[in-house]
Design a binder for this molecule. Structure first.
Ligand SMILES: [Zn+2]
Length: 286
């Protein structure tokens, strides 16, 4: 990621979309959003209420190798990269299927740098209670990307495989999905995540004991942290969620009503910018 610079005074910027940069606000302030298109970085919060126009040029470039591709795979990759990069393998979505020890990791060095790092199992509230995992260094970005309003790390483990095994256990009792429509509508009641954690740790104690037996007594460490609250810059949540799609309509425009997760909330509909990683767009603030 390049240096941050505001192109608010530039009428248009053109470049390949990447997921938005999101950093938490200080204290009670909402998160700060940065649109990333090629070399351009556009701070979005200051444009709340303004007209925004994104126009897909028809070009899609792989986020990894830059080659032109007719279709994007795994939110921004060309087909060859999708088939060869470890980060596009199914074990990233299903970490409990990590196959590094079978000697079949697509990129063992990448795996060592990313998967063999401390991972955290967390509870979050994006559209209700859910469980998730991430590399420790990805917090709180991961929660902001999901539009979570509350989050609580509950267990730390040594690697991605172990986090997947713990998550699989928790999925017996709690979901791992976000209902993005409910998340965007702000139709989400606050939860007592500490009480949820204690309840789940108690009911899943036998399963956790079995995992500790398998991976070692100290491998799966229960955390005693305070929940985190996350806030988003939203002028008005949509009452009805209609989504824009560059594959159907090249030009997406409207008044910027808010930012939550990886979504731009316009008065004409919402768009998940992460889904269109690799799409070349022209960006204009009007
Ligand atoms: Zn590629």
């Amino acid at each position: 990621m390049g240096d941050l610079f505001d192109v608010a005074d530039v009428s248009a910027a053109r470049g390949t979309l990447r997921k938005m940069g999101i950093v938490p606000g200080e204290g009670d302030a909402p998160a700060h959003y940065t649109l990333r298109a090629g070399e351009h970085r556009l701070a979005l919060n200051v444009h709340l209420g303004a007209g925004v126009r994104l126009t897909h040029t028809g070009q899609i470039h792989c986020l990894h190798c830059g080659r032109a591709t007719r279709k994007s795979f795994a939110q921004g990759y060309c087909y060859p990269c999708f088939k060869s990069l470890a980060q596009c393998d199914t074990c990233i979505v299903k970490p409990e299927t990590c196959h590094y020890y079978q000697g079949t990791c697509r990129e063992p060095t990448w795996g060592e740098q990313h998967c063999f790092q401390p991972h955290v199992v967390y509870l979050a509230n994006s559209s209700g209670l859910k469980v998730g995992i991430t590399r420790k260094t990805q917090l709180p970005t991961r929660w902001l990307d999901q539009g979570a309003i509350q989050a609580l790390p509950i267990i730390e483990v040594d690697n991605r495989l172990q986090s997947g095994m713990v998550e699989t256990l928790f999925k017996e009792a709690v979901g791992d999905r976000t209902n993005w429509r409910a998340m965007l509508k702000d139709d989400v009641a606050p939860l007592d995540l500490v009480a949820e954690r204690d309840r789940l740790l108690a009911s899943l104690a036998p399963g956790l004991a079995a995992l500790r037996q398998r991976f070692g007594e100290t491998a799966i460490r229960t955390l005693a942290l305070d929940p985190v609250s996350l806030r988003y810059p939203v002028l008005e949540a949509p009452r009805k969620v209609v989504s824009h799609n560059f594959d159907k309509t090249a030009e997406v425009s409207g008044r910027l009503m808010g930012l939550k997760g990886q979504y731009l909330i316009l008065d004409t509909g919402v768009i998940n910018l992460r889904k269109f990683g690799g799409y070349e767009v022209e960006v204009a603030i009007e």
